[in-house]
Design a binder for this molecule. Structure first.
Ligand SMILES: Cc1cc2nc3c(=O)[nH]c(=O)nc-3n(C[C@H](O)[C@H](O)[C@H](O)COP(=O)(O)OP(=O)(O)OC[C@H]3O[C@@H](n4cnc5c(N)ncnc54)[C@H](O)[C@@H]3O)c2cc1C
Length: 476
């Protein structure tokens, strides 16, 4: 059956063939891809030469131990349903993204990160085990102890190693779901970098919104939003949006004058909020969920999101360059987010976060013009030793992807031969031997040197070598 299965960016909208997951479909279909709730921005959740296997119907909580916080659930369980179930308990998912409308399977396969990466790392770090279905008919329990290679490749593996049907997840003990929050305005990037480390130590959650249009001494001004769970008797509500964008306007409403007005109003409203306010979890974690279908505001051609992870070395300079480049292209970003990634220790082979800073920019899709800008942002990121987030992407080149994820060939070796995605076909269609030189001159040499050091320190790349050796010994 062909049904509309979009992703959040709405760039490539079409009817796609999808079926509810059933172990037989994994054997029967020649090409397939697991599908959660389509909250990825781009094409990691699409496979236009195959069938999407939807987890949506399999959304039960199988078991929950209130003493240990260990949850066993089907992969189609929505985060929102889990939060409602936990609302009166002193347990909370250890990592939540900016929307409650993701499935546990999608959170695992994209190894999502939240506002607490510095404290809790990624979602995958809290996955104890899962059940994986492969097209050779095997149903495997995967954990750090059993089928470890597949465990590591599936976390952040974008659905390519098989279909995950059940997940065992360790939840986080909390005083309650409510958050004591503070908003801390900063005047520019230098102020952000000065203040951020201090706030990180004092708070479990920490994220900043940036006014992408501010220039000169105010470049990078914004508001840090920090918080900690706090004790409160009353169970919070996780409501569905009361307001929704009813149709797609013919032009984007999030650029030009409306964008400038929004940025000023948002900064003003955040700067006025009283400090140490007790905030509902819904408004602290998922403010965007308050407006249903807000992605329609980007107009009929949809939106691109660009999320880069940049090593700490020169991060301030690189973030400034990324923001300036988008300003010079005349493309202000609507929802610009800056936060720090901690050391983390995800078992995920392909996990996106790396220690340093992450900047998220999003732009209405204006065709080639936007793609050219995104390519420039890629080049800046890669030259700084960073990487671009595949889970938000719809157009990254093989060169950008392979430079950021030199371990990709290990995932290719473990990929289920019948699982594929539009994203994977695009970024692996040719093998790039040498990462391209992105810039010239002495600053490039410095950046490349920094990159080399980061690569040497990068546990994921070290894991690549270990993984290769393990594969060799497993197959011999
Ligand atoms: C408003 C908004 C805010 C967001 N904020 C964040 C954020 O703060 N941090 C962050 O990291 N991400 C964030 N995201 C992105 C989102 O969290 C991820 O893309 C998430 O993976 C989407 O989950 P999904 O269930 O919709 O999965 P889909 O988008 O449907 O699929 C995602 C991937 O998971 C695979 N997959 C899905 N189910 C299974 C399964 N059962 N077995 C194996 N593979 C499976 C798919 O093949 C695909 O590759 C945000 C997205 C939105 C729209």
């Amino acid at each position: 059956m062909a049904v509309k299965t979009d992703s959040w960016g709405r760039i490539d909208r079409r009817h796609r063939i999808s079926k509810p997951f059933d172990p037989n479909e994994v054997l029967r279909q020649k090409s397939w891809l697991p599908f959660g709730n389509g909250r990825s921005y781009g094409d990691v959740c699409h496979n236009d030469s195959g069938v999407l296997l939807q987890s949506g119907g399999d959304d039960s909580i199988i078991a929950f131990n209130e003493d240990t916080g260990l949850l066993r659930a089907q992969s189609g369980l929505l985060l929102r349903a889990l939060l409602i179930y936990l609302a009166n308990k002193k347990w909370f998912p250890p990592v939540v993204p900016g929307t409650q409308f993701v499935t546990l399977g999608g959170a695992l396969a994209n190894d999502i990160d939240g506002k607490n990466h510095g404290k809790m790392g990624t979602f995958g770090q809290h996955v104890r085990s899962f059940v994986l279905h492969r097209s050779d008919g095997s149903t495997l329990k995967c954990s750090q102890k059993e089928n470890r290679r597949l465990f590591e490749a599936t976390i952040g593996g974008m659905g390519l190693t098989g279909y995950v049907s059940e997940i065992e997840l360790a939840l986080m003990p909390v005083a309650s779901h409510w958050v004591a929050s503070k908003n801390i305005p900063f005047r520019n990037l230098a102020e952000f970098f000065n203040e951020n480390s201090r706030q990180e130590t004092a708070n479990h959650y920490n994220v900043a919104w940036i006014d992408s249009l501010a220039t000169g001494d105010n470049l990078g001004r914004g508001v840090m939003m920090v918080g900690n769970h706090t004790d409160r008797e009353k169970s919070p509500r996780y409501a569905m949006p009361r307001l929704s964008v009813p149709f797609t306007p013919p032009v984007p409403l999030v650029s030009g004058v409306p964008l400038r007005l929004f940025n000023n109003a948002y900064r003003w409203s955040k700067s006025r909020v009283r400090n140490d306010t007790v905030t509902t979890p819904q408004s602290f974690f998922f403010p965007l969920d308050a407006l249903g279908h807000w992605n329609r505001l980007y107009g009929p051609r949809g939106l691109h999101q660009h999320q880069s992870a940049i090593p700490e070395t020169d991060a301030e300079m690189v973030v400034e360059k990324l923001i300036r480049t988008s300003q010079q292209a005349g493309a202000g970003s609507f929802l610009t987010v800056l936060k720090r990634f901690g050391a983390g220790n995800s078992p995920g082979l392909m996990s996106f976060p790396q220690p340093g800073i992450t900047l998220t920019l999003d732009f209405p899709n204006q065709g080639e013009r936007t793609v050219n800008l995104l390519n420039q942002l890629d080049d800046i990121t890669i030259a700084a030793g960073g990487r671009v987030n595949p889970y938000k992407d719809q157009r990254m080149s093989p060169a950008t992807f392979q430079a950021g994820y030199p371990q990709w060939e290990l995932l290719e070796e473990l990929r289920d031969p019948r699982a594929n995605s539009n994203f994977w076909k695009r970024v692996t269609k040719r093998r790039i031997v040498q990462p391209p030189a992105m810039e010239s001159g002495s600053s490039t040499q410095r950046v490349n040197q920094a990159r080399k050091q980061d690569v040497q320190k990068n546990p994921v790349i070290n894991k690549l070598e270990k993984g290769r050796n393990a594969l060799k010994s497993e197959s011999s």
